[in-house]
Design a protein around this ligand. Sequence first.
Ligand SMILES: NC(=O)c1ccc[n+]([C@@H]2O[C@H](COP(=O)([O-])OP(=O)(O)OC[C@H]3O[C@@H](n4cnc5c(N)ncnc54)[C@H](O)[C@@H]3O)[C@@H](O)[C@H]2O)c1
Length: 350
Amino acid sequence: MKCFRIGEREKRESVIVCRKKVFSAALAPLKERLLNGGGIVFTDTNVHALYRASIEKYLGGVPVFAMPAGEEHKNAETLFALLGAMREAGLRRDSLLVALGGGVVGDVGGLAAALYMRGIGCIQVPTTLLAQVDSSVGGKTAVDFGGVKNLIGAFHPPVRVLADPVFLNTLPRRELRSGLGEMVKHGALCPSLFEKLEGADDLLDPAFLAELVPENIAFKASVVRRDPREQGLRRCLNLGHTTGHAVELSSGLSHGACVLIGLLLESVLSARHLRADEAFLERLRALCKRALGEEKMPPLDLKGALLDKKNGAGDGVTLAVPVAAGEYELLRLPFGQYAREIGEAMETLC
Ligand SMILES: NC(=O)c1ccc[n+]([C@@H]2O[C@H](COP(=O)([O-])OP(=O)(O)OC[C@H]3O[C@@H](n4cnc5c(N)ncnc54)[C@H](O)[C@@H]3O)[C@@H](O)[C@H]2O)c1
């Protein structure tokens, strides 16, 4: 078992625990506290179907609310339906919401916990690789609104994150690859992780990925600890994401696969505009291609990049790009130039 802490001590500290047997060892002892208005389990229909027996065995009697699975349901309607279920279950100021699912469940559940009675405690139990290494760590919560991703949200660090490798055994390859995309991004910023990923025989082996979860969490936690509100350093975690979001809007690929494509393309811009270590960027591109496997790069609609609220105002695009092992820089380009150069990079790489 591995344990990390992030946040201001005694105020908003998250305890992150990587452990096996999460239901019997970590959730069952909370059952008495969660009964009679003390809490609710929030999940999605897929996770509920897979883990219903464990929920009933270890948390029987605790109210369960399952949203329809999928990003298209990460919206205000689902948020308010959940808030309604929390009221109906009689949740109080000292109650807990247990978010059992992937990043979508974590984001909606975290936001509902932030809003209900001005904030109740949230326990994140991430069940996808992406949620374990990324979205459950750091306190960002949100729903999509008006066609814009994550437009309505809050920083609401969970009181506890419980990451159990067992959940990876039921994850489809597409979802494993999605988490792998964020792990490669962490690797670009953390040399020891990069070398482990480079050395893997099978990048999608759940056992191999599970072994790297604690190191990924430790890396993300170290960044969030130093910049909890994304005012500086935390922007490094947007590596590959500006172009990745545009790819996501114009393709059916998973989030992490789009991040891998974003990393590939943005590394070309990095080499062109900054004093970058080309040998490292070449290794990074090779790793991204291996991680993408059979996924094909789709035709790209860059309008999506304009909707990326992290770009800031004006006609320019600001990208966090890799420049050397463990190093990144911010690169700002006029939108027209960015679109043209990404287009050229696509032709070269595909
Ligand atoms: N808050 C943050 O800091 C942050 C960071 C990155 C991404 N995100 C958000 O996370 C979301 C993506 O998260 P995701 O990739 O986990 O997607 P997801 O939550 O939609 O899960 C992907 C699919 O896997 C299924 N699933 C979940 N656990 C499973 C399991 N153990 N076995 C089998 N199937 C399982 C889900 O039902 C879903 O169909 C996006 O909305 C993104 O914006 C948030």
